[in-house]
Design a binder for this molecule. Structure first.
Ligand code: SF4
Ligand code: SF4
Length: 85
C-alpha cells in the first residue's frame, strides 16, 4: 500500500508570520518564505510537503485560517493568493 500523501496549501495574504504552524509541525514541512505578502509579512511556505503526515496541527492552530491540508494522490505544496507588497 503506497504511503499517504497530502496537499499543504498556504493562503499567503492571510499569513501574519507568527510562526505557530512552523513551530508545531512535527515533520518540518513548513518554513518562513523569502517573499512578502500584501500585509508586509514573510508568509509561510510548504517547503517539504512530501514529509507531511496529515496531522493538521498547522491548520487547527493557525489563528488566521491560512493553512489547509487535504489528502492527495501525490504530495504537492503550493502557495496561493499572493499580491505583491
Ligand atoms: S500559523 Fe498561520 S498566520 Fe501564523 S505563520 Fe502559520 S500560516 Fe502564518
Ligand atoms: S498537517 Fe501536520 S505534518 Fe502536515 S504540514 Fe501540517 S503540521 Fe506539518
Amino acid at each position: 500500500m503506497p504511503a499517504r500523501r497530502f496537499i499543504v496549501t498556504v493562503v499567503a495574504d492571510r499569513c501574519k508570520e507568527c510562526g505557530i504552524c512552523i513551530a508545531l509541525c512535527p515533520k518540518n514541512v513548513l518554513e518562513k518564505g523569502n517573499k512578502l505578502n500584501w500585509k508586509g509579512f514573510h508568509y509561510t511556505v510548504p517547503a517539504r510537503p512530501e514529509q507531511c503526515i496529515g496531522c493538521r496541527l498547522c491548520e487547527y492552530n493557525c489563528p488566521d485560517f491560512a493553512i489547509f491540508v487535504v489528502e492527495a494522490e501525490a504530495a504537492k505544496g503550493e502557495t496561493v493568493w499572493a499580491r505583491q507588497a
